[in-house]
Design a protein around this ligand. Structure first.
Ligand SMILES: Nc1ncnc2c1ncn2[C@@H]1O[C@H](COP(=O)(O)OP(=O)(O)OP(=O)(O)O)[C@@H](O)[C@H]1O
Ligand SMILES: [Mg+2]
Length: 326
């Protein structure tokens, strides 16, 4: 009799149960080694993928919308362009996760709860996607503001459902737009309610048992109070790129198009001070579009500078407005 796909499913199922028993007996290393061996065979990893996809996605109690999304990415670490220091801190998270078993034998824990903060468009969400790609573990994406239901009473239940789900397996988890917790705290009539929600979330974070990495991303880190900060094993701060990094970003994002010989990327990097990686990506895209719709062959310095100027102006307008409101 051949070993068909049904046998394979049954085998994987039995193996999963065995591993789970070992884990409950606290034979963590044995369990992990077995798990690794099991999932190294492609049919088993396919089966794991199917297992993950078959899990019912938790939904909002009141309105029924999904509370999270499972996402798959295939980026490599090189596509993330950051200062060496920030990059090194992300790499460290990856390495600790890979060596979690060895660390555990010394009673040391890998960094499991990581706060990503900094200005918009600097690569916080992108970093979580990259780590998910590099570790080959799907990303569980949670729009944090979406689960803070308009009926705050539902929020605790929604959070519970999310945590129950992620504790089921190993994931890279991203609580994105995390600042909603901080922003609403000033709102006096909802203050008590929000505080309750925050405490609820922190408690679940404290009690979290799974083998995942939990990321939370915000661009309002100054609004988070110390009770929240304390819960994270690492805080990674995303700065706006310096000139050398901006140059690198232009090189990367202009790669698809042929360039005029007179293009001066160093000048572009100099002129784009204050812009984020996401801005530079958009500048490159807009400039390339101009070349294409004008049916030209090469990108000129003028194409590039026109877009840079517009973005720099946009930044100024944004800040000007902010000052007016204050
Ligand atoms: N450091 C970076 N290196 C390369 N590309 C980047 C970087 N940062 C951002 N990008 C590009 O810009 C896009 C948007 O960035 P991302 O969504 O990660 O920003 P963010 O920090 O999460 O911003 P927000 O605070 O607004 O959520 C990314 O998908 C990526 O294509
Ligand atoms: Mg983001």
């Amino acid at each position: 009799m051949s070993f068909n796909s049904k046998d394979n499913e049954a085998f994987v199922q039995a193996a999963r149960e065995y591993i789970e028993r070992e884990r409950r007996k606290k034979h963590t290393i044995v369990a992990k080694e077995l798990e690794k061996a099991l999932y190294q065979t492609t049919s088993a990893s396919e089966s794991r993928r199917r297992f993950r996809q078959s899990l019912p996605i938790p939904r909002d109690t009141e309105k029924g919308f999904p509370l999270l999304e499972i996402q798959y990415f295939e980026h490599d670490l090189d596509s993330l362009i950051l200062s060496q220091e920030t990059k090194a801190r992300l790499e460290r998270i990856i390495r600790e996760f890979k060596d979690a078993d060895i660390l555990a034998t010394y009673n040391l824990a890998y960094k499991k709860k990581v706060l990503l903060c900094g200005k918009p468009g600097t690569g916080k969400t992108f970093s979580a996607q990259i780590i998910s790609s590099v570790l080959n573990i799907p990303l569980v994406y949670i729009r944090f503001d979406a689960i803070i239901s308009s009926y705050l009473g539902e929020t605790a239940g929604n959070l519970r459902k999310v945590f129950d789900f992620i504790e089921n397996d190993t994931w890279i988890v991203l609580f994105d737009e995390f600042d909603i917790i901080a922003k609403n705290r000033d709102d006096s009539h909802e203050h008590g309610e929000i505080k309750r929600v925050v405490n609820n979330f922190l408690q679940m974070l404290d009690n979290f048992k799974g083998d995942s990495i939990l990321f939370a991303a915000t661009n309002h880190q100054n609004m988070l109070d110390s009770a929240i900060w304390r819960r994270f094993d690492a805080v990674i701060d995303y700065e706006l790129p310096d000139e050398a990094t901006r140059k690198h970003l232009f090189e990367r994002y202009l790669r698809p198009i042929r360039r005029d010989q007179k293009i001066d990327i160093s000048k572009a990097a100099k002129d784009s001070q204050g812009l984020s990686p996401a801005d530079i990506k958009m500048i490159a895209a807009e400039a390339m579009k101009t070349v294409i719709i004008d049916s030209r062959n090469t990108l000129s310095m003028n194409d590039l500078e026109t877009e840079i100027k517009q973005f720099v102006r946009r930044e100024k307008v944004k800040h000007h407005r902010l000052e007016d409101n204050e």
